[in-house]
Design a protein around this ligand. Structure first.
Ligand code: VGL
Length: 183
């Protein structure tokens, strides 16, 4: 098995102090850096929410289910990786959500226009570990899409943070049904 690590949306706006802060986000950034530095993975990629005008994904009265405070706007500090993570640590970065909501990293494209799935196949990847923010939104969607594309998928739950922990039993059931492992 050739395994890649997919680091989902560990950006300033999703960490403590950000406009859509998820409790535990900053710790995820620290723990993911340590995992990357352990050298376990042949390939490490990141996804980034990268909004310009994503329509009703942004709201002044967000419901935190389908609509959200403004976050990860292109050109702002909130869109950047949360330290100690930084762009040079990644073999490639996939940007998503310019003009629409985009929860899954598989909706993302690299700066040269390559979709995530093509990149993984070109690199001969057949298994992925998924970590990042948020467990119940972008990590969930990315892991389910990875399974649907035929990759062997493990969500590293200790290296994720959820918008709402109440969502986790349902998310874990979805992972089970899709053959996504947690570990
Ligand atoms: C996310 C809510 C809104 C995520 C993105 O990265 O999980 N959550 N936009």
């Amino acid at each position: 098995m050739r395994k890649a690590l997919i680091v989902v949306d560990v950006q300033n706006d999703f960490c403590e102090g950000g406009s859509l802060a998820v409790v535990g986000g900053a710790q995820v950034a620290i723990d993911v850096e340590a995992l990357i530095n352990s050298g376990t993975y042949g390939a490490v990629v990141a996804t980034r929410d990268h909004h310009i005008d994503p329509g009703t994904h942004f709201s002044d009265n967000p419901d935190f289910v389908d609509s959200w405070p403004r976050h990860c706007v292109v050109g702002t500090d909130g869109e950047k990786f949360h330290a100690p993570l930084a762009a040079p640590m990644f073999d490639e970065i996939f940007f998503k959500g310019e003009y629409t909501a985009a929860y899954s990293g598989f909706e993302g494209k690299s700066s040269s226009g390559a979709p995530l799935v093509n990149w993984l196949r070109t690199w001969g990847i057949d298994a992925v570990d998924v970590c990042g923010i948020a467990t119940d939104y972008c990590v969930r969607a990315t892991a389910l899409d990875a399974a649907a594309e035929g990759f062997a998928v493990t969500v590293l739950e200790d290296l994720t943070a959820a918008v709402s922990n109440d969502n986790l039993p349902k998310v874990r059931a979805e992972f089970d049904a899709a053959g996504v492992m947690t570990g």
